[in-house]
Design a protein around this ligand. Structure first.
Ligand code: SF4
Length: 343
């Protein structure tokens, strides 16, 4: 690794021209089993609220990402490529060399108070998981959530981390004054596949319990059923079992997404596949040989089945203990039932 070249990209609001160590980055390791083999690079970020480039086809405009890299180590992770901007690799380095923006909470409070800030919705967990294991030690999200609560600024969180429940107090306080929502990511509940491809994450069933607890406490929580893995978790029986467990957890909605393999994730995934399931490699090359996405017909077939099972098992039918203490607001146009259940 070339330390003098270790830089942050401008992709999340940082100045790419300033090397990490010019900003006083501190390298740290922890001698505990959960962090063995991991290195943390503590940096002072220049800014923390990031405006998503207009070309991105995502349903949010602003994000906060306190970490880069993710100890959850999902083999398919689409964010792997972003580690290359730091002169780190998108494979093992992404899993074990984590950038920590230690001043994230302080910056969030400052930027939310700026007269230039328009009070927009802020999405978190959209690049890497903000409740990955490092958060248990650094506790950056507590400060960020407190700042969002104090600014009554709407926000949402996507995570695989059950650690989000540590912050239930702040989430419910924020939900008293602004719009707060969450999604947990559970692409499948197959235990063998989970251990193999998401080795650093909590069990998917614990994630679903987390979803249930959030809803029980008035934080609307749905499930991003992603990724659905071709030939590993896409059989009708596997899809239906997952959807049923999502329904049983009381998820407010379900959003199915088939695996996509962009550069960075693609190489890491195919190398794992050729070691563990070599017979599947030709089938993956057939599906992803021409690009990052599986053919539309395949995607529609899978999402169509998920939709059918979601209706059968009543995803979104359970009413969460929400409609919290927010003052009444004008009634928005009624969404189509399908929008309620399938984003
Ligand atoms: S939890 Fe999310 S960000 Fe972390 S490795 Fe898995 S897919 Fe990537």
């Amino acid at each position: 690794m070339r330390w003098d070249n270790l830089r942050l990209t401008g992709a999340d609001g940082d100045d790419p021209a300033v090397p990490l160590f010019a900003r006083g980055a501190v390298t740290r390791t922890f001698d505990t089993p959960e962090f063995r083999g991991m290195t943390f690079y503590e940096i002072q970020a220049r800014s923390i609220i990031n405006r998503v480039p207009a070309a991105s086809r995502v349903p949010f405009e602003y994000t906060i990402n306190p970490y880069r890299g993710c100890g959850h180590r999902c083999i398919y992770c689409f964010a792997r490529k972003t580690h290359e901007y730091l002169d780190l690799d998108s494979g093992a380095d992404f899993d074990s060399k984590i950038i920590v923006k230690v001043n994230a909470a302080e910056l969030a409070r400052k930027e939310l108070a700026s007269p230039r800030w328009g009070g927009h919705h802020v999405a978190m967990g959209t690049n890497v998981d903000c409740y990955q294991r490092a958060e248990g030690r650094y506790r950056l999200m507590r400060g960020i959530l407190a700042a969002l609560r104090d600014a009554a600024n709407p926000f949402s969180i996507l995570t695989k981390g059950t650690l989000i429940l540590r912050d239930l107090d702040l989430l419910t306080e924020a939900a008293d004054v602004t719009e707060v929502s969450a999604s947990v990511s559970v692409g499948f509940v197959d235990q063998e596949v989970w251990r193999a491809v998401e080795p650093g994450t909590p069990n998917p069933r614990r994630r679903l319990q987390t979803c249930a607890t959030l809803n029980d406490n008035g934080i609307a929580c749905g499930v991003l059923m992603a990724p659905i893995l071709p030939h590993l978790t896409d059989s009708p029986a596997q899809l239906e079992r997952t959807v049923k467990e999502i329904a049983d957890a009381g998820a407010t909605h379900i959003a199915p997404i088939v695996l996509h393999l962009r550069p960075g994730a693609r190489e890491w995934w195919l190398s794992w596949l050729s070691r563990e399931h070599p017979r599947l490699v030709p089938r993956y090359l057939e599906l992803y040989g021409r690009g990052s996405y599986a053919p539309k017909a395949y995607q529609e077939q899978v999402t169509g089945l998920v939709k059918e099972y979601a209706e059968r098992h009543g995803v979104g039918r359970a009413t969460p203990a929400m409609a919290r203490r927010l003052p009444p607001r004008p009634t928005p146009p009624t969404p189509e039932p399908e929008q309620l259940r399938l984003l």
